[in-house]
Design a protein around this ligand. Structure first.
Ligand code: F0G
Length: 433
């Protein structure tokens, strides 16, 4: 089995050894992806994957490494560190479906991961590659979830984690995770896009291995979200897969997974990808709407309360654009109010998620209203992060205390205010009657 890195640019397609420490093509600057020339699955692969669910071996218990034949970039697995990532459920959500105008809706909830977000799927692979390359230090810039995940996996693997975050602009839950997992945490007074540029220079200068989603091995791991979802659906692809778009690594990963599964003959139909951005941080949506779709125009000051996707210059846009087009997909945007209300609806299903994840349901509702998605379509929306990631936002919403970045006060449409009760059974009984 050969694994190589290949430049994503169609005009270049230069190839490099899988062990080269590069994040962009040295020849043309394009994005890189892992490629497995000539790889073909064995006939019984789906059965093998299913049977591994019964195994007690660490590798088989991981919802990433159980599908290792779909991410075959390692030559040995002894060094893999797993926290049993993946293994996330598909949850039916009748109430959210009705709210959005669908007959049925299923959430693939990545918030059930060990550190509470989909980043764990990618991070176990990124850290495995860092170990293979013998890099003792790893770094990332993050809106919070990548840093939480990297901190956990680096510590579990005995590596030093260095986390760069936009000062004052990530949720407290995520910052707390990075601290607790033992990462060196630098709060930089700049936004995500500015810090990414800074970290790339520093990684080069200090020989630190970069674990942002520009790292092709993170993308490999995130592919397994799709593989696992299809395995859970007995290999019956949905019509749509809906996900939020920030730095667009996940969109790239999902598209690559679908392309490869189809090429390997494991699925016969490709679901359409629908990527939803927050209105104040929607450069990919603008690119999608432009006539030429030639180059992404960065948003200088991205703004959204969904801080996970507060990104104005998404690095993976060329990959993401290719994947959305290839899947016959669409890009939509949602306002702060739409995201907040959608999030409350997901909560009322007993499911819950963090704000960025709720962009999915907000987007579905708009795409349904516009007739792009039909009422009877089979839709899977990926909830990217756990409800407990950002409790301040939730309390604000339910108590009429959320203000959008532009200063507009958000309505607490489905608010559920806590009540103060006296220490008196009669009066409490009266309240509850
Ligand atoms: N949802 C959540 C909860 C996220 O944390 C992110 C990205 C996204 C969606 C968007 O995914 O970047 O692949 O398009 N969070 C990154 C971070 C940027 O640093 O944690 P994307």
């Amino acid at each position: 089995m050969t694994a190589e890195l290949v430049c994503f640019e169609p005009k270049c397609r230069a190839r490099y050894a899988i062990t080269e420490v590069i994040y962009n093509c040295p020849r043309c600057g394009g994005l890189l992806e892992a490629d497995y020339p000539g790889w073909q699955p064995e006939a019984a692969l789906k059965k093998t994957w299913r049977e591994r669910r019964l195994s007690n071996a660490a590798l088989d218990q991981s919802g990433v490494w159980r599908y290792r034949e779909a991410v075959p970039f390692l030559d040995r697995y002894e060094q893999v560190v797993t926290l049993r990532e993946g293994n996330t459920p598909l949850l039916e959500a009748a109430r959210a479906a009705a709210w959005a105008g669908l007959e049925r809706l299923t959430f693939k909830h990545q918030g059930f991961n060990p550190t509470g977000s989909f980043k764990d799927n990618g991070m176990t692979c990124g850290v495995a590659q860092a170990l293979r390359l013998g890099r003792p230090r790893v770094a990332c810039v993050s809106t919070g979830n990548t840093s939480a995940s990297m901190a956990a996996y680096a510590s579990a693997a005995g590596l030093q984690a260095i986390v760069f975050i936009p000062h004052g602009n990530i949720s407290f839950g995520k910052l707390a995770q990075a601290l607790e997992y033992g990462a060196r945490t630098l709060q930089v007074e700049a936004n995500f896009d500015q810090i990414l540029a800074l970290v790339r220079v520093l990684a080069e200068r200090l020989g630190i291995y970069l674990l942002n989603s520009i790292n092709p091995f993170r993308i490999e791991g995130q592919k397994t979200i799709i593989v696992e979802m299809l395995d859970q659906r007995d290999w019956n692809p949905p019509d749509w897969i809906v996900l939020p778009g920030g730095n667009l690594g996940n969109t790239s990963a999902f598209g690559k997974a679908l392309r490869e599964l189809r090429q390997w003959g494991l699925i016969q139909k490709t679901p359409r990808l629908a990527v939803i951005q927050a209105e104040g941080a929607a450069p990919f949506y603008e690119l999608w709407r432009s006539r030429e779709r030639a180059a992404l125009c960065a948003v200088g000051h991205p703004e959204t309360l969904a801080t996970a996707i507060k990104i104005g210059n998404p690095v993976s846009w060329p990959k993401a654009l290719f994947e959305v087009v290839s899947s016959g997909g669409v890009v939509e945007k949602a306002s702060e109010q739409e995201i907040a209300d959608a999030k409350a609806q997901i909560g009322l299903c007993g499911i819950g998620c963090e704000p960025a994840s709720a962009a999915t349901l907000a987007g579905i509702r708009k795409l349904r209203a516009a007739g792009v998605i039909a009422a009877g379509d089979d839709v899977v929306a990926v909830l990217t992060g756990n409800l407990l990631k950002d409790p301040d936002y939730i309390y604000g919403y339910h108590t009429d205390g959320l203000t959008a970045p532009g200063g507009e006060k958000l309505r607490s449409t489905y608010g559920n205010r806590p009540e103060v009760a006296p220490n008196d059974p009669d009066r409490i009984a009266a309240l509850l009657e």
